[in-house]
Design a protein around this ligand. Structure first.
Ligand SMILES: C[S@@+](CC[C@H](N)C(=O)[O-])C[C@H]1O[C@@H](n2cnc3c(N)ncnc32)[C@H](O)[C@@H]1O
Length: 298
């Protein structure tokens, strides 16, 4: 089989036994290592995404790749595989109503809290290339202009090291920043124009960058953070997990959230009907942890 035969699989193609075997190996790793559920209908998408990786490695067949990621030597390649299979779509001020809620929270509770000498902690869990964390930082700085001199931190985590590198760099092109208001773009970004490619990029400024720490973290692993968060954003991440994995995460988010703190989920994600903990809906896909522990014992 040549490279293109081994790699190309148009969406209309019927899967062969060999395709199904390879799909089973690769989707099995996605599930066990990252919690990602990839239905068999998405096999063509999975193989298409893999093609680029195979080319980069100079591997000419999927079966060879499957052997590599299944072997003890394939541990680091499994991380690359997960990076290849994650969906990293994101944008600044995505689902803007959450940022409006955060602004109200800053005005009513969090700014007075930090002024009284307490710290503030925010978490963007599954942050992708960073727009969510930087959007949090922008509204924090708007409501607390001296935030840089106070005990305020935004933690942004993702399983995918490649997107974290982009996030740390903080350079976004024109189209990624055009939903940011001109005021915010002028205040929080520096503009660079490259004459040779006639392209414009925007880099987050130091003030914004200094509030955010990017870290590699698989949500399925132990979480090393010891301090509770005032607000957790975990949006458009658990949608790729099955119900059991989601259900295991809710109490962990609850433990990581301070009493009275907020949890924001993505537009098609919900705390399910089996959840009986301390988070209560207080807006669209927005939950507030009760001030006192009222977790029901099952
Ligand atoms: C669609 S993006 C969402 C980005 C951002 N939260 C937003 O809503 O714009 C999903 C992100 O979740 C990350 N992710 C997927 N599985 C993960 C896991 N097990 N642990 C941590 N991050 C994960 C992916 O790498 C990806 O960057």
């Amino acid at each position: 089989m040549n490279v293109s035969e081994a790699m190309s699989l148009p969406p209309s193609t019927t899967l062969t036994r060999e395709d199904l075997k390879q799909f089973s190996v690769l989707s099995g790793i996605a599930k066990s290592d990252a919690g990602l559920v990839i239905p068999v209908e998405k096999a063509p998408m999975l193989f298409a995404r893999l093609n680029k990786r195979l080319r980069a490695l100079g591997i000419t067949s999927r079966s060879e790749y499957c052997r590599l990621v299944s072997s003890p030597n394939g541990k680091s390649e499994r991380k690359e595989l997960i990076s290849t299979l994650t969906t990293n779509v994101t944008s600044f001020f995505r689902e803007n109503h959450h940022f409006e809620t955060l602004i109200r929270e800053l005005e009513t509770n969090l700014a007075p809290k930090v002024r009284s000498g307490e710290g503030l902690r925010f978490w963007s869990a599954g942050c992708s290339t960073g727009p969510e964390a930087y959007s949090i930082a922008m509204v924090v700085l708007e409501k607390i202009p001296d935030a840089s001199n106070l005990d305020i931190r935004i933690l942004a985590t993702d399983i995918d090291s490649n997107v974290l590198n982009t996030a740390r760099e903080g350079i976004f092109d024109d189209s990624q920043t055009d939903l940011i208001s001109p005021n915010r773009r002028n205040r929080f970004f520096s503009k660079n124009h490259d004459d040779s490619t006639n392209s414009t990029t925007f880099q987050v400024n130091k003030e914004l960058r200094n509030l955010v720490t990017f870290r590699n973290l698989n949500l399925l692993d132990e979480w090393p953070m010891r301090r509770g968060f005032d607000a957790i954003f975990c949006r458009n991440v658990v949608i790729y997990f099955d119900k059991i994995t989601q259900h295991d995460l809710w109490p962990r988010f609850e433990n990581s959230c301070l009493p009275g703190g907020l949890l924001f989920l993505g537009h098609s994600e919900r705390l399910d009907e089996l959840y009986t903990g301390d988070f209560h809906a207080c807006g669209t896909t927005t939950y507030r942890r009760a001030m006192t522990n009222c977790r029901r014992k099952d």
